[in-house]
Write a protein that binds this ligand. Structure first.
Ligand code: GTP
Ligand code: MG
Length: 403
């Protein structure tokens, strides 16, 4: 069974660059993530190519010599796909496909593809399709610019011209259709949200694969799909949760990622309404990941894009069971201790002071510190609840008295 699976995986090669603002280590980390994305999409990375350069080559992303190495490798090893760790311009894509005889993908493409594969509901599928069309439209234009320049003049309207117009019209019509479809579903969902009354709403947000769905399952005893791949969740799930008699709504939603394609943020705007309309955000972080602080920045950036940066937020550092500090030798008088050497306690101190106490450290998998989690969330939700319904705050005791 496993063997068969291995054969099915498509052979892929990754290409990244080392630049002034992206040193070797960063480049490696980004390629690690790209490899995980590739694996999620159903591919197997058999080689990585990186090149040091001031800026990526505007024509072919990497230099001509390096590209020749890639071409030879692709040919000799029967590689199906070459994946670039950035968004390629339409011109770059065109030039590269003239050189390499295989599928060319960029980061955006790959993420869109994963979303397309994983979209379960018609709502998610419609949103992904919209993002794909939005991605395609300017590229369609790019593909034909050489013809556009010949515009005007009697007899210059060749078949190419008509073709672009037809292609563009088809894609534009499709976009209009998809938008209309999303609007209809949005209306239904707005009604549903209205029916939920004024219950306090808490949203789980965070980088992809940090454990949002796992935490949702623990806290609401529900069965949301969780797995060790990227973008396991695309649709928002909302559950009623009760802590110490106090009912509130908790939503689990799509995870974020560095350089999440803008088309996706755009078309998933309605899915993200749940976040935008939340009273409280639980920003879940995978503290066992080397890059977790950068992940936090990426998430904050996207929260900013959807106008949700200034909401009350509790940072939830998950996977403390898997956290490993790099060992530091106390007798070492040469090197400074760095963040990589921090113990969980040190991280706690750092973030507690940075978040003014709004930080929790848990393991959703092992259910560690879940009592503290429940109490802290209860406290916060109660606060919001009694501001909203001042007359019935006596129903909900102080956190010390809850079970
Ligand atoms: N070691 C450890 N693993 C965890 C913990 N919580 C979740 N995981 C694992 O992390 C992986 C991702 O979990 P999910 O709950 O699917 O993560 P998510 O944030 O919902 O991911 P997306 O929906 O893809 O954005 C799964 O393999 C979980 O079993 C934890 O506390 N410790
Ligand atoms: Mg999930």
């Amino acid at each position: 069974m496993i063997e068969k699976k291995d054969i099915d995986l498509e052979k892929a090669v990754l290409i990244g660059v080392v630049t002034q603002n992206q040193d070797e280590e960063k480049s490696k980390e980004y390629l690690d993530e790209l490899e995980f994305l590739t694996f999620t999409a159903g591919g197997e990375v058999i080689k990585r190519f990186t090149q040091k350069m001031a800026i990526p080559n505007p024509k072919t992303f990497i230099g001509t010599g390096k590209m020749e190495d890639v071409r030879q490798f692709v040919e000799a090893n029967n590689v199906g796909t070459v994946i670039f760790d950035d968004e390629l311009s339409p011109a770059q894509e065109r030039n590269i496909s003239k050189i390499l005889n295989c599928k060319i993908l960029d980061r955006t493409n790959l993420i869109l593809d994963i979303f397309a594969q994983r979209a379960q509901t018609s709502y998610a599928r419609t949103q992904v399709e919209l993002a794909q069309c939005e991605y395609l439209l300017p590229r369609l234009k790019g593909m034909w610019t050489h013809l556009e320049r010949q515009k005007g003049g009697i007899g210059m309207r060749g078949p190419g011209e008509t073709e672009i117009e037809t292609d563009r019209r088809i894609v534009r019509d499709k976009i209009a259709l998809l938008k209309a479809k999303i609007k209809t579903i949005d209306k239904q969902q707005a009604v549903q949200r209205g029916n939920r009354g004024k219950m306090v709403r808490v949203a789980l947000v965070g980088y992809t694969n940090v454990g949002k769905s796992t935490l949702m399952n623990v806290i609401s005893k529900s069965e949301v799909f969780a797995e060790n791949k990227l973008f396991a969740t695309l649709d928002t799930t909302v559950r009623k949760v009760v802590i110490g008699n106090l009912p509130f709504l908790m939503s689990d939603t799509v995870g974020f990622i560095r350089k999440l394609p803008t088309q996706l943020v755009e078309s998933f705007k309605s899915t993200l309404d749940e976040v935008r309309e939340a009273d409280l955000l639980l920003h879940v972080v995978d503290i066992s990941h080397n890059n977790f602080e950068e992940h936090i920045d990426s998430v904050n950036q996207i929260l900013d894009e959807i106008d949700s940066k200034d909401k009350p937020t509790i940072m939830v550092f998950n996977k403390i069971d898997a956290y490993e500090a790099e060992p530091f030798d106390d007798d070492n008088l040469v090197d400074e201790r760095t963040k990589a050497n921090y113990t969980i306690e040190e991280w706690k101190k750092t973030w507690m002071s940075r978040m003014d106490g709004n930080a929790l450290f848990i393991s959703a998998l092992n259910k560690e510190n879940m009592d503290e989690f429940r109490k802290r969330v209860y406290q916060e939700v109660r606060e919001i609840h009694i501001t909203r319904f001042p007359y019935n705050h006596f129903l909900y005791p102080d956190v010390e008295d809850i079970e």
